[in-house]
Design a protein around this ligand. Structure first.
Ligand code: HEM
Length: 153
């Protein structure tokens, strides 16, 4: 939804609008913490850290799946239909070409696509983690479905 809050602010008629619902906020900040934890534990790589790594990976997977469902069933601003727009809307919003800023409650059209990119990336990272192994300490639960043969050089 587009709003004229800039004008409202100038004329002193600005008002607070609650945009994000509680589940979306909880999703957002849990994801921030868990992605930091996953990157840290994945890079440190000790036995305890990798146990934690798997747990945080599962939690990220659950959060992303939740967000996909919430993007269809959630409150109006959280729905994909509200912020995933076609290329024309992205260009019209000026977020690529630096045109005049327009106010949006929720994600603007460019931000909407960055949400999609982030969800897809996290889904890929977490799902491929299920099939990964470090050949020393840790393996994902689905590693048996991956061949151990090395690629020919
Ligand atoms: C979005 C979630 C995840 C992120 C951001 C993430 C990130 C990372 C990072 C940064 C590493 C270190 C890579 C390296 O040192 O080369 C790693 C390794 C690893 N991760 Fe994840 N991971 C995620 C999910 C998962 C999940 C769900 C599992 C399995 C349950 C998993 C299993 C592994 C394993 C087995 C390794 C070691 C692989 C190797 O050393 O080649 N990860 N991950």
């Amino acid at each position: 939804m587009q709003i004229n809050d800039c004008k409202a602010a100038r004329t002193g008629r600005a008002r607070w609008v609650r945009v994000w619902d509680l589940p979306t906020r909880l999703f957002h900040w849990s994801l921030v913490l868990l992605v930091v934890l996953s990157i840290y534990t994945g890079n440190v790589g000790g036995l305890r850290e990798m146990d934690l790594h798997k747990l945080s990976g599962y939690a990220i997977l659950a959060l992303v799946l939740f967000r996909l469902v919430w993007g269809v069933t959630g409150s109006p601003r959280s729905r994909f239909a509200d912020f995933v727009r076609g290329p024309r809307a992205v260009l019209a919003a000026g977020s690529l070409l630096g045109k005049a800023h327009q106010g949006f409650a929720g994600h603007n059209p460019m931000g909407g696509w960055s949400v999609v990119a982030m969800l897809v990336s996290l889904l890929l990272q977490a799902v491929t983690g299920l099939f990964a192994r470090d050949d020393i300490l840790t393996a994902g639960p689905l590693v048996r479905y991956v061949s151990r043969r090395r690629a020919a050089r």
